[in-house]
Write a protein that binds this ligand. Structure first.
Ligand code: GDD
Ligand code: MG
Length: 350
């Protein structure tokens, strides 16, 4: 049996002001009528051997998360609520602990809730291949052939071939700097880490116990002292607060020797920035992506999104303009990752 574990607790800061702390990108419909969370779950619907999904999300998003699943008639296996965002490693630990506590040891298919995948059949084939490798005790990543020196991704250096379409991981480097990313890209020796993983619950718990024993210990106690609250499972707040935030990429994937990579050619994209949205959306004849009530003259290669008012732009190239009811973002398209800095300033303003 495979349990999809959906990581839906991020805040999507690089898509501010569309994505907000209380209304993050996984709960928004970015490219079709379903939200990113709904698309993540629906993408699995005709895949054999899949159990109901287990969702791990932040306490503050619980009602929207539950409602969005209800709307697509999906009854989750569980919704685990985190009282604080501690990044992906503790979220995966909580899921693995809960799954094994029920005296089971399923394969976990860990899926971020912020991806777009165009070729769902290719994605399903990758998962089927990943399942048999996970049963054999490997930690599976899904690698994407890179086409830009993206610094927001993890990079996986290909090792020896294990079977058709699968190789060992020679090296895993999470979010390198630009020069390093450029050298990886030109070497042809690296794939992007798609951020989706497969492993048996017992395998990831063993690796986490080896590499981050305190995290596992705290998460075990947070689950043991947690409680069911209607449809939600609340981990103990005071205990979970003690866990150090870390991503699974830094905590495990950079260090483990059990990693393998399944090559995935499925039209994958992490809609992690407005530039990624520009890349994946349909463009007009001037290579602009226009959303909402927008008038342009002599504008090229730009992403312009008007949510509540008319937006007019003249004589611009490669920019991002995003207008919402209470905030407007303007940035060159190649600097738009830095919107994180604005979100940090907003946080410190309180
Ligand atoms: N439950 C929970 N709790 N989920 C979280 C938390 C948390 O504290 N933090 C993030 N998530 C969710 C996000 O909502 C998203 O669905 C997923 O976990 C991944 O987090 P991101 O913050 O989007 O990670 P990233 O995009 O910067 O990097 C990861 O994905 C890249 C590909 O998209 C890494 O795995 C990279 O190596 C990878 O290349
Ligand atoms: Mg992401």
């Amino acid at each position: 049996m495979t349990v999809p574990v959906i990581l839906a607790g991020g805040s999507g800061t690089r898509l501010w002001p569309l994505s907000r702390e209380l209304y993050p990108k996984q709960l928004i419909n970015m490219y079709n009528r379903h939200t990113m969370l709904q698309n993540t779950v629906l993408r699995l619907s005709d895949l054999e051997g899949m159990d109901a999904p287990l969702i791990v999300c932040n306490d503050v998003h619980r009602f929207m998360t539950a409602e969005q699943l209800q709307l697509i008639q999906v009854v989750p296996r569980a919704i685990i609520l985190e009282p604080a965002a501690k990044n992906t490693a503790p979220a995966i630990a909580l899921a693995a602990i809960q799954l094994t506590a029920q005296n089971q040891d399923p394969v976990m298919l860990v899926l971020p809730a912020d991806h777009r995948i165009n070729d769902v059949s290719a994605f399903h084939r990758g998962i089927e291949q990943g399942k048999t490798l996970a049963d054999d005790g490997y930690l599976i990543t899904f690698g994407i052939v890179p086409d830009t020196p993206e610094t927001g991704y993890g990079y996986i250096q290909k090792g020896s071939s294990l079977e058709d379409n699968v190789c060992r991981i020679q090296r895993f480097v999470e979010k390198p700097d630009l020069d390093t990313a450029k050298s990886y890209l030109s070497s042809g020796d690296y794939c992007w880490n798609s951020g989706m993983f497969m492993f048996k619950a017992s395998t990831i718990l063993k690796e986490l116990t080896l590499l981050a024993p305190d995290m596992v210990d705290i998460c075990r106690r947070a689950v043991a002292n947690g409680r069911q609250d209607l449809d939600f499972f609340r981990v103990d707040q005071a205990i979970f607060d003690q866990v150090a935030a870390d991503s699974i990429d830094y905590a495990v994937m950079e260090k483990t020797e059990k990693g393998v990579m399944v090559f995935l050619d499925a039209g994958w994209n992490d809609l992690g920035s407005f530039d990624a949205l520009w890349q994946t959306e349909k463009k007009d004849t001037h290579a602009n992506v226009i959303k909402g009530d927008v008038l342009v003259h002599d504008v090229t290669d730009s992403y312009i999104n008007a949510q509540s008012r008319l937006v007019a732009a003249v004589g611009l190239d490669s920019v991002v303009v995003v207008e919402t009811g209470d905030a407007v973002l303007v940035s060159p398209r190649d600097r738009v990752q830095d919107v994180k800095q604005i979100v940090n300033q907003l946080k410190s303003r309180g």
